[in-house]
Design a protein. Structure first.
Length: 164
């Protein structure tokens, strides 16, 4: 913080330090400038933008297909897979296709998805009620935010305690 100084004096100080005089806020009265390495600043900004774009990638949606007459063992297997996906942080799209006479008993599909939502509660939350589009019933489940991830630092601390 050098305070209010003339432009020519600021340029002299920047030149003496081997840096650039960069105008930060031109609309302020008086304008705000900073003495910095502008090339390094632009490089760091581009790296931040690149990292933000890389991390912005859309969430992956995994799909699990059901039928209205799913057996208990098949249901439990599919439920286990869905819970694994949710623990990894994926979104899950559960779909159920009604075939033939199953269209007459659509309440079976809604009951199945109600049960699925209840069974997935520890790992995920349903985004909305099941939606019926034609002969297909859909349910989106997303992972809860408080998922515990393994910490690398905790293992090192345990190894260090055993050697004492």
């Amino acid at each position: 913080m050098l305070g209010v100084i003339t432009t020519s004096e600021a340029l002299k100080q920047a030149f003496a330090a081997g840096l650039d005089l960069v105008e930060i806020s031109p609309t302020a009265s008086p304008p705000v400038c900073r003495i910095m390495n502008f090339g390094k600043f632009k490089y760091e900004e581009s790296r931040k933008e690149k990292l933000a774009r890389k991390q912005q990638g859309g969430t992956i949606v995994k799909e699990m297909k059901f039928h209205a007459n799913v057996e208990e063992h098949d249901y439990q297997t599919k439920l286990r897979h869905i819970r694994e996906f949710l623990q990894k942080g994926f979104r899950v799209k559960a779909s159920l296709m009604f075939r033939g006479r199953e269209n007459e008993h659509r309440e079976i599909g809604f009951e199945l998805f109600k049960r699925l939502t209840k069974d997935c509660e520890p790992d995920g939350i349903s985004e909305s009620q099941p939606k019926l589009l034609g002969n297909n019933l859909f349910l989106l489940i997303h992972a809860q935010h408080n998922i515990k991830k393994p910490e690398a630092g905790g293992q090192k601390a345990e190894a260090g305690q055993g050697s004492q």
